[in-house]
Write a protein that binds this ligand. Structure first.
Ligand SMILES: Cc1cc2nc3c(=O)[nH]c(=O)nc-3n(C[C@H](O)[C@H](O)[C@H](O)COP(=O)(O)OP(=O)(O)OC[C@H]3O[C@@H](n4cnc5c(N)ncnc54)[C@H](O)[C@@H]3O)c2cc1C
Length: 478
């Protein structure tokens, strides 16, 4: 087996220790928010036309757009903790247009509708930017594009294929950068080449986006309840009842936006598994430190390995550096104890200084983790239950910042019984396969991770297991 650049070019242990020393185990994006309004819990009986379970992006977009469609509707959001505390407040803030976790994944599953899916994804991203502006949401939205960088020689062919395919389809704004060009954009000794996609990506401050969506929804008349976990969902005549510890919500329609958390519908219990992803945030770079990298285009970056990193600048010129380890825990539970994994933070710090050795001496202020909402098709699945009175969308697999807005519209279409371009999509109509129950899930994930790591060490070559999973359209990703 070969080695990766992170094994060949290791920074000094003292640089890592200094950088991590004093970092807080806390989510920068949430720490960076001004004090948020405190919202009540559900008490007694609340009635609504539409009740949404979950106050992440999916739930908040659904609420905001429900009021746009019908300003008189009584819309409530019921959130177990606080708005945006989970994936929506702790992600990388990459808003990718793709609704399918990248074109390749969408192409392999829905070849007949991939162009339509890509077009709808781009429209969704454009509309998201407009919504953010129209609602006066200050979420550090930057339409800066994205760089996919090769850090191993075998990935250069993938860059060529990517750029050639985009050119053949007449896609605008996709540029292949050679080593000198990528170095001129962002200086790292690990970057061998890149593809720049100008139009398909924006960056956002995840915490400000969640907080701003909640504020905008409330201004539109939505009522948000916090500290209220929904325990069960049941029928009550032609209404649906959500039971909580302190009361109940009776609603004509329900949208489930609970993502990777235990599903309220039995049919969805095995549809997602939480895969833990780890993130570091640096202190703000000085002008001199930033100049040593360049990065004047402020692009979002990720590398092309199976176990990949993603990194970006914040508005105040910190660097967020996340990814690589994707840790699954037996039993598929969401637990805060899984967020503390020193070896993952150390690995990330190592890889950070391999990527930017010129920043030796820089410190990390924050380290955190979150559960990636993995589904077997690597992107959201949708459906209805209870005679069409309940809709659900979940399983964004680490690419939900923009796709959740689209998902909210899908759920509203489904609940209204409207046939739209969205509900016509096979991607929306067909449910993917569930994950197997334990112990098969843990064994399968472990074998897949091992295979992906081997492929990264072996010129990208996929072994029999990965090829079989590819052929079955099954997999595990973050
Ligand atoms: C570390 C990390 C990095 C990521 N980076 C990116 C990125 O850069 N770009 C990208 O596109 N995506 C990224 N993602 C994925 C993205 O954050 C998610 O896909 C997206 O936020 C999903 O939004 P959501 O509202 O569906 O789920 P969540 O934000 O998880 O919200 C679900 C909410 O439902 C609530 N809930 C669950 N069950 C109940 C119940 N029974 N009763 C009441 N409330 C309930 C939860 O408390 C939670 O607040 C990342 C994820 C993680 C964890």
């Amino acid at each position: 087996m070969g080695t990766t650049v992170y094994e060949r070019q290791r920074p000094a242990a003292s640089v890592i220790a200094h950088a991590l020393d004093g970092s807080r185990r806390s989510v920068f994006w949430l720490d960076d928010l001004p004090p948020q309004p405190s919202r009540p819990a559900v008490r007694g009986t609340v009635t609504a036309d539409l009740a949404i379970v979950g106050g992440g992006y999916t739930g908040l977009w659904t609420a905001l757009h429900a009021k746009r469609r019908d300003p008189d509707a009584r819309v409530v959001v019921v959130e177990a903790k606080t708005v945006g505390w989970a994936a929506s407040g702790r992600n990388g803030g990459f808003c990718e247009a793709s609704l399918t976790h990248g074109r390749d994944n969408g192409l392999s599953r829905w070849p007949d509708e991939i162009d339509q899916l890509d077009r709808m994804g781009l429209e969704n991203l454009d509309a998201m930017g407009r919504d953010i502006a129209d609602h006066g949401i200050d979420a550090d939205w930057e339409r800066v594009g994205a760089l996919g960088v090769a850090t191993e020689p075998h990935q250069l062919d993938w860059l060529d294929d990517w750029a050639t395919d985009a050119a053949a389809r007449g896609e605008r704004g996709v540029t292949r950068l050679d080593q000198a060009a990528v170095q001129a954009a962002v200086a790292s000794p690990t970057f061998l080449g890149a593809v720049f996609e100008e139009h398909t990506n924006a960056l956002v401050h995840p915490g400000k986006l969640a907080a701003g969506l909640a504020r905008a929804a409330e201004e539109a008349g939505v009522q948000i309840f916090e500290g209220t976990a929904v325990r069960t969902l049941s029928d009550d005549g032609d209404r649906v009842v959500l039971e909580t510890a302190g009361g109940r919500v009776s609603a004509a329609r329900v949208a489930l936006a609970t993502n990777v958390f235990p599903a309220l519908l039995t049919r969805n219990r095995l549809m997602t598994v939480p895969v833990y992803d780890y993130v570091l945030m640096t202190e703000p770079l000085t002008d001199e430190q930033l100049a040593s990298i360049g990065w004047s285009g402020r692009q979002g970056l990720s590398d092309l390995a199976n176990q990949f990193h993603y990194f970006r600048l914040s508005r105040d010129n910190r660097i967020l550096f996340g990814g690589y380890d994707a840790i699954y825990h037996y039993g598929a539970r969401v637990r805060s104890s899984y967020e503390n994994r020193p070896e993952s933070f150390e690995k990330l710090a190592n890889h950070f200084f391999t990527t930017f050795p010129q920043l030796a001496g820089l410190r990390f202020t924050h380290r955190w983790a979150g559960a990636i909402d993995t589904s077997t098709q690597f992107c959201a699945f949708f459906g209805t239950a209870r005679a069409g009175r309940v809709a659900y969308a979940a399983g964004f697999t680490g690419l939900g910042v923009a796709a959740t807005r689209f998902a909210g519209d899908v759920m509203l279409d489904l609940l209204a019984g409207d046939a739209t371009d969205r509900t016509d999509l096979e991607m929306v109509r067909k449910r993917p396969l569930p994950f197997p129950p334990e112990p098969a899930a843990a064994l399968g994930v472990a074998a897949t991770r091992w295979s992906l790591d081997r492929a990264d060490h072996n010129g990208g070559k996929r072994n029999v297991l990965l090829k079989t999973l590819d052929a079955l359209g099954l997999g595990f990703d973050s």
